[in-house]
Structures are given as C-alpha cells and as structure tokens.
Design a protein around this ligand. Structure first.
Ligand code: SF4
Length: 322
C-alpha cells in the first residue's frame, strides 16, 4: 500500500471513531475497502449487522439498495453511502408499479422478493429473501399459496429446483453474473481437475452449470464452504471481488475466478477516497420515506424471523399488504 493510501486509511479509522460510525462492506467491494471494514458479508449478514449496531452512523460500502435496507432497519441512525451512483442492474429490473400490476394478475399470491430491489419494491412485497435464506423463506410459505418471485429469474429457478415448488418468475437477471459462461467453466474444470467449482445461484448459466457445480451458495455460503473444504483449489462462480476475502482467509488455497470480467462496476464505484469523504461530510445520506420504510420493514422482518431459529414467524397476510 502506498504512503498516500496509508494516510487515507489512518484518517478513515480516526474519523470513524470520532463520528461513532461503523463500516459495513459487501463481499464484492474493492479489497482496500474490505480491509478497513468493521463487518464484511453478504446482504443478509450486513442487514443483520445493521439491525444490531450501536453506532450512530452506518457507512454502507455496497450498492444503494443495501444502504436503503440498512436505513429501513435503522430509522434513527444516519446511513451514508460513499457513492450514491452505486446502483444495481438487477434491482432496476422491477419497479413498485410493475410488481403491483403483477400482484393484481395473481390475487392471493405471496410476493417473495429478493433483497436486490428498491425500498418501494420491498414495500410491495410480502417477504424479502436473500440468497442465503431464500430456501427457508419459500419453504415457510403454505403449499396452497401461489408464489410470485422477483426479480432474479435464476435464483427463482434454483429455488424451484430445490423445493419442487412451481413459482411465477420475474424475468430479471444480474448483468455481472450473466458474464459467467458454461464453456469457460468446462475449460477451467479441465485445466484444474482437482478444483471444486462453487457457484452463486444468480449465475445466468445456472441451468447448464448446476450439474457441474460442487456447491451452489450465496457469497457467505461460498466463504464458509471454501473455509471448511479439504480441497486446495477452487473455481469461483460469482463476482471476482470476493476472491480478495477468500485469499486472505485461506492463504494456502488457490482460487480461480470463473470469469475475470465478472466484477460489478457499481460495487467498485466506492473507493477509499470516497469512503473518507463520506465520513468527513457524513454524506451521502440515504433516506427512505417512513411510509415506504414501514411496509418494507415488515417484509424484511418476516425474512429475519424465518431465518432465525429462535424467532417466531409472523403470519402471512390473507390479503395483499396495505
Ligand atoms: S453484482 Fe449484480 S446483483 Fe450485485 S450489485 Fe452488481 S449488478 Fe446488482
């Protein structure tokens, strides 16, 4: 690390203390951001961390919908994001209005929405899920209820496969995970025959690659699996940003990205410099109007309770949420 970067890191750590701030970073963030974070994780882990923090300021190093989720769960805290342009192609594939219309076409159906969506879409949803707890969420829904699953069609396909449950799938996808291709996986497996292939269910090649995979898991699931596996080589089918953490936590193991070009441009908008500026100015503040936050919180809370073995599952509404 250059002297200049070291100075920035020192300033970030000093300001973090002065501002009583916590830095949450997603597994796809630049390595330099991961290294200064207090907590590193996937959407579920960071949502839980945001819900339990005692800090007054949450600096969310991830994309906008994640910071919104933290703001929804912490209405009394200041949630800031280093770059407000950090969006998400998947989240932008469904609007609250289109979800409302879809629900009208399927009265009585339960709307399960992947956490990669805007606060307005969350507010229209019955349940939120992440790739870590999506199976549990779908399994918690009574078998006689129709399910609308949005916006990721590949995660939806994976859930159908695992649960045997037929769902209506919104045709959304992540452009980053779409860059991971079956041909390349076949080539990498031939080149590294001892490597395990671990993939994220958002991958666009899910149907053809699932039979080739040793494990399909969320980013946190990938981290755990790799840590426990006796194998020494791994082909990683998700955003290549996660390799920083995998290499740091498993220095004796070797990792190959399934696609070098599978790195999220939105995630990489956050830099050390922008993180420092956001702590200096306590900007950019992420605000979710209370009426939307209240409804979204209910759907997120249901998810957290399904995922928490000690928690009670809130009953599903008989009618769409008001
Ligand atoms: S990797 Fe895909 S799903 Fe994740 S933030 Fe980027 S565009 Fe969205």
């Amino acid at each position: 690390m250059t002297d200049e970067k070291q100075e920035i890191v020192a300033d970030i750590l000093r300001l973090k203390k002065e501002r009583n701030a916590v830095i949450l970073a997603h597994n796809y963030q630049r390595g330099e951001i991961q290294d200064v974070a207090d907590f590193l994780g996937d959407s579920l882990g960071l949502t839980q961390q945001a819900a339990r923090t005692k800090a007054e300021v949450i600096v969310f190093c991830g994309v906008h919908f994640m910071a919104e989720t933290a703001a929804i769960m912490n209405p009394d805290k200041r949630v800031i994001i280093p770059d407000k342009e950090a969006g998400c192609s998947l989240a932008s594939m469904i609007s609250a209005e289109s979800l409302r219309r879809w629900k009208e076409e399927h009265p009585g159906a339960v709307a399960v929405t992947y956490i990669n969506c805007t606060a307005e879409v969350k507010a229209e949803s019955d349940y939120i899920c992440t790739s870590t707890n999506a199976l549990k969420v779908v399994e918690a829904i009574p078998p006689d209820r129709e399910i609308l699953f949005a916006p990721d069609q590949f995660l939806g396909t994976y859930l159908q496969e695992k649960t045997g449950r037929k769902m209506h799938l919104w045709p959304g996808y992540c452009h980053v995970h779409n860059r991971i291709k079956t041909d390349e996986i076949v080539r990498l497996k031939a080149e590294h025959p001892r490597a395990e292939f671990v993939m994220h269910p958002e991958c666009g090649c899910l149907t053809s690659c699932m039979p080739l995979a040793d494990k399909v898991a969320s980013t946190e699931g990938i981290v755990k699996h790799v840590g426990r596996s006796p194998r020494e080589e791994f082909i990683i089918g998700t955003d290549a940003g996660i390799l920083h953490r995998l290499r740091k936590e498993n220095p004796r193991k070797t990792f190959f990205p399934a696609a070098e070009e599978a790195t999220c441009e939105f995630m990489r908008l956050n830099t050390l410099e922008k993180l420092l500026w956001s702590l200096e100015d306590l900007e950019v503040k992420v605000v979710v109007p209370e009426e939307i936050a209240r409804k979204a919180r209910r759907a997120i809370q249901r998810m957290l309770e399904v995922g928490d073995p000690g928690g009670s599952v809130q009953p599903l509404p008989e009618h769409p949420l008001d």
